[in-house]
Design a protein around this ligand. Structure first.
Ligand SMILES: C[S@@+](CC[C@H](N)C(=O)[O-])C[C@H]1O[C@@H](n2cnc3c(N)ncnc32)[C@H](O)[C@@H]1O
Length: 363
């Protein structure tokens, strides 16, 4: 499969996800979220059109909110409005038609973050000193029951062969979403689900739906406004997750909060006040990580689904239960009847976009 009729892993990693988060996420959060390409600067066009983009997405929220479902026509017209911003897709001038379809689909995936019917949204997260950029976190916008799928929240999996790893990955800077699977080697998890943070007592888990796509399953009842949290694995934050800064660890004095653990900061770091600025690197905690410095989850299962399940503790991950989180009332709380956790309408997925089809790793 050549680059002419397939998108390369490198393009997906460097262009697609970074560009779409720049266009669809950053203007609304008003800071620069994680990027794989460390050279990535917000393209001037996005910068100049941030207000226009915010207007388009606010209109999208209102319209789709009135309709009460993830209406495909509204996704399409919103995509067209964004596409019509002069120069916004200049980076993709050389894309084949199929790659352009993938771009469109990727934009749809991220628009769901702002769709009041999708069941989740993104907010700024200042909790983790290990974020080398200003972080995001995903929150439920309606109640979910244990066993339900948050089907509008999707992840994309790109293979990360050693040559691309060596070329692109800088440990501690852009390795935020790398998983190691015994079956599939290094993988990069992108898409909206790459904003899910880790908790040693997770309320969700990611389940691959194919070799290159994943969905989110609810592990315990979730109320609107609660953060959606998954379990990355036993060693993502060093041996025994010693550098984990999750609320569960905080509540029981484990991970970064264990006695005598001086390797990490105990409180969220302060950011530069300006929009779109990077976190000061001096604030980064030292990594308590495995030998080669890579954060990885080593799994042994045979199937892709098992790869994801392996990331979930088989028994309770922590003996002592976490303190109960206070549940705040959500200003965005929806009736369960209008909650997309129950009824979903998929926005139109381009026919040529086959999530199951392997992505080429050629550049
Ligand atoms: C897949 S990203 C999750 C979203 C992240 N907040 C962001 O905006 O990119 C994983 C990164 O989030 C941060 N993170 C998530 N959960 C954490 C935890 N429990 N303790 C420390 N850092 C965490 C770390 O920087 C980690 O590399």
């Amino acid at each position: 499969m050549g680059p002419s009729n397939s998108i390369s892993g490198r393009v997906l990693i460097l262009n697609l996800d970074d560009a779409v988060t720049s266009i669809i996420v950053d203007p609304l959060l008003e800071f620069r979220t994680h990027k794989m390409d460390l050279q990535w600067i917000r393209k001037k066009t996005v910068e100049e059109n941030a207000q226009t983009i915010r207007g388009i997405i606010h209109d999208f929220q209102i319209t789709v909110g009135h309709v009460g479902s993830c209406d495909p026509d509204i996704y399409r017209s919103t995509y067209e409005k964004i596409k019509n911003i002069k120069g916004i897709f200049d980076d993709f001038g050389n894309f084949s038609d199929e790659e352009k379809e993938r771009l469109r689909y990727h934009i749809y995936l991220f628009l769901k973050m702002w769709d009041p019917n999708s069941g989740y949204t993104i907010r700024e997260c200042l909790r983790y000193s290990s974020d080398t950029y200003r972080g995001g976190a995903l929150y439920a916008t309606c109640d979910f029951k244990k066993g339900e799928w948050i089907s509008e929240l999707k992840g994309c999996i790109a293979p990360l062969p050693p040559e691309i790893y060596a070329e692109l990955i800088v440990v501690g800077r852009n390795d935020y979403s790398i998983q190691l699977s015994s079956r599939n080697g290094q993988q990069l998890w992108l898409g909206p689900a790459a904003f899910l943070n880790h908790d040693c007592r997770p309320n969700c888990k990611i389940v691959p739906t194919g070799p290159h796509s994943a969905q989110v399953l609810v592990l315990e009842d979730i109320k609107a406004n609660e953060e959606l949290l998954i379990y990355y694995g036993e060693r993502f934050f060093g041996e025994d997750n010693i550098a984990c800064e999750c609320r569960t660890c905080e509540s029981i004095g484990a991970g970064a909060f264990s006695n005598g653990n001086t390797a990490v900061r105990r409180s969220p770091v302060k950011f530069n006040s300006g929009n779109f600025s990077l976190r000061m690197t001096g604030n980064r905690r030292r990594r308590a990580d495995n030998k080669d410095g890579r954060k990885s989850t080593i799994v042994n299962e045979e199937t892709a689904e098992a790869d994801a399940n392996e990331n979930i503790p088989k028994s309770e991950p922590i003996d002592e239960p976490p303190k109960r989180r206070k549940r705040r009332r959500s200003s965005l709380a929806f009736d369960q009847s209008s909650c997309p956790g129950v009824v979903h309408r998929e926005p139109e997925i381009p026919s040529s976009y086959d999530l199951e089809r392997p992505l080429s790793t050629e550049s």
